[in-house]
Design a protein around this ligand. Structure first.
Ligand SMILES: Cc1cc2nc3c(=O)[nH]c(=O)nc-3n(C[C@H](O)[C@H](O)[C@H](O)COP(=O)(O)OP(=O)(O)OC[C@H]3O[C@@H](n4cnc5c(N)ncnc54)[C@H](O)[C@@H]3O)c2cc1C
Length: 297
């Protein structure tokens, strides 16, 4: 299948990229790994006049950690680097796990997390974990940048809060407080090379005495037009004791907030049945992680 012709530019500095992107406006598309974009172009769902390849921009590469700001992952970092990073494994192990589950080894060495979230598929691997971490996005454009909580990034199916001329520069995951943990759970038909039927990221923070919920975030993928936080359920769970009623409220609440559809991967009925189970498992995993840290102290 032939695609429409397009021009191709590969800027060598962030400054050159920003001015080119600002000048070309909506005619241009950013090319990171191309593992989503080139599929859309080949299928003639998109026909940009210009592709701007940012894969070699060294200013957009790297992973660092700072005890005040947390973990910073630059937008051009490959999924395979996130999967293998010692810093990610230490400070955001659920993200390393989600990265390891994305596609194949070849795909992971091409793909970026920026591409994963900017494509804004509700089934994407990394958004539930990033929402569970309450990640902050650093958004750049010529002459400036702004920050945006990821909870305000996904507007609707394949639509994000990026304005014309803006691009994603970096992810910042704040340090996790004591007695807190993040877990990621997914369900797919096979073990590799497929998009999830559904996935969930959970953040749980316990109160000082360790018996009740101080804070909680439940991020759901593939059960709505975009990945989202089940905020009504989160509100009901805050302050609850960790007991059977807590799990019942969490599992029932996420089903009530979900609006899954039937598609090639699963039926809405199946998704409604499994979402509560995955939620329970993710929360149990958070509790195990918190308990294991307590035992080490
Ligand atoms: C065989 C195969 C298997 C796959 N398996 C999975 C899977 O298991 N799970 C999963 O979630 N996905 C999967 N995918 C989809 C894809 O690999 C991921 O979504 C990937 O993370 C996209 O990243 P990329 O760098 O290739 O993005 P690209 O294709 O380069 O870009 C995707 C979109 O993001 C935009 N973009 C990229 N970077 C930026 C930036 N910095 N700022 C603003 N916009 C930007 C592009 O303009 C484009 O609109 C698979 C794809 C293939 C081909």
């Amino acid at each position: 299948m032939h695609c429409e012709p397009f021009e191709y530019e590969k800027p060598v500095s962030l400054r050159e990229f920003e001015s080119l992107y600002a000048a070309k406006g909506e005619d241009a598309k950013i090319l990171a790994g191309g593992t989503d974009l080139m599929v859309l172009i080949k299928e003639k769902l998109l026909a940009p006049r210009l592709l701007i390849d940012i894969s070699d921009l060294h200013e957009l590469q790297g992973i660092s950690f700072d005890s005040r700001q947390g973990l910073t992952i630059m937008a051009g970092t490959k999924i395979a680097e996130i999967e293998r990073s010692a810093l990610v494994k230490e400070h955001a192990p659920a993200l390393a796990y989600a990265a390891a589950n994305l596609g194949s080894n070849q795909v992971r060495w091409m793909a970026t997390m920026a591409g994963n979230i900017c494509h804004a598929s509700p089934a994407a691997e990394t958004p539930p974990v990033l929402l569970a971490h309450d990640c902050e996005l650093i958004i750049g454009k010529q002459g400036g940048e702004r920050t945006l909580p990821i909870s305000r990034f996904f507007l609707s199916y394949r639509k994000t809060a990026l304005e014309p001329g803006e691009y994603l520069k970096a992810f910042r995951l704040p340090p996790l407080p004591e007695r807190s943990a993040v877990a990621y759970r997914f369900k797919g038909l096979r073990r590799a090379m497929e998009i999830d039927m559904l996935n969930i990221g959970a953040y749980l923070e316990l109160s000082e005495e360790g018996q009740s919920v101080s804070d909680i975030r439940l991020a759901m993928g593939s059960v709505g037009p975009t990945t989202y936080r089940a905020t009504a359920t989160e509100q009901r769970l805050k302050g609850m004791q960790i007991d059977d009623e807590f799990f019942a409220t969490a599992c029932g609440g996420v089903v009530q907030e979900a609006s899954p559809i039937d598609d090639v991967r699963a039926s809405a009925e199946y998704r409604n049945r499994v979402i509560g189970v995955l939620t329970r498992r993710a929360l149990e995993e958070c509790l195990e992680i918190i308990a294991s840290r307590g035992n080490k102290a």
